[in-house]
Ligand binder design. Structure first.
Ligand SMILES: [Zn+2]
Length: 190
C-alpha cells in the first residue's frame, strides 16, 4: 500500500492544521469544532492517501546526567580546560550537539601530572560528574576514560598504543596523553 506523506511546518499545541472537511485528525491531533488542531508541539505530517493530518512530536534531546559515559571530540584544548563536542551518550549516538567541559587540573595521571592530557581533535571517552548551571562537567580520571583515538601531530596518521604512549609508525613521533585503557583499539567503542 502506498501512502503519500508530507512533512510541514513546526506547530505548537492548539495550532490549526486543517479544516475537518479536508482532513481527519491523525496522530497527536484532534478535531475541535471543524478544525483539526495539534495536540503536541512538533512537525505537521499530512497523509494525503488517508486524508489525515497529525503531528510528529519534537524529540527533546535529554541533557546527559551525572554518571553517564559520553564520547566525543576535543574542540578546544588549553592547559587547564578543554571543551568536548559530545557524539555519544552511554554508547548511543547523540546529535543534540552538547558540549562538555573537562577541567584538567583536577585530573591525576598514573605518574603524576601529565603535560598534555588531551589535544585538539582527540576522540575522548569521559564521564559526567556535574551538570550544575546547565554546564556538563566531564572527568577522564578513570582507567577506562580518556583518549581513545588520536592523530599524530606531526604527520596526521592515527597513533597506536606503544607501552602507555602513543606512537606513530609512520614518522616515529611519540605523544603523551591520558589514555583510556582501550586506546588504539579498532573500532572505537563509544
Ligand atoms: Zn607521525
Amino acid at each position: 500500500m502506498m501512502t503519500m506523506k508530507s512533512q510541514g511546518k513546526t506547530v505548537l499545541p492548539g495550532d490549526a492544521l486543517a479544516v475537518s472537511e479536508e482532513f481527519l485528525p491523525g496522530k497527536n491531533a484532534y478535531d475541535a469544532d471543524g478544525t483539526i488542531r495539534a495536540l503536541l508541539m512538533g512537525t505537521q505530517v499530512k497523509d494525503l492517501a488517508q486524508r489525515e493530518t497529525g503531528v510528529k512530536p519534537v524529540v527533546v534531546a535529554k541533557m546527559p546526567s551525572v554518571g553517564d559515559v559520553v564520547t566525543g571530540q576535543i574542540e578546544t584544548a588549553q592547559t587547564s580546560v578543554s571543551n568536548m563536542k559530545i557524539y555519544y551518550v552511554n554508547g548511543l549516538p547523540s546529535s543534540a550537539g552538547f558540549v562538555g567541559i573537562i577541567f584538567l587540573r583536577e585530573e591525576r595521571g598514573g605518574r603524576g601530572m601529565r603535560r598534555t592530557q588531551v589535544k585538539l581533535g582527540d576522540i575522548v571517552r569521559a564521564t559526567v560528574v556535574s551538570t550544575m548551571n546547565a554546564m556538563i562537567h566531564l572527568s577522564i580520571n578513570e582507567p577506562h576514560l580518556g583518549v581513545v583515538a588520536t592523530l599524530c601531530s606531526n604527520c596526521g596518521r592515527p597513533l597506536s598504543d606503544e607501552g602507555g604512549r602513543a606512537q606513530c609508525y609512520e614518522c616515529g613521533n611519540q605523544e603523551d596523553r591520558k589514555f583510556a585503557d582501550d586506546f588504539g583499539r579498532q573500532p572505537i567503542q563509544p
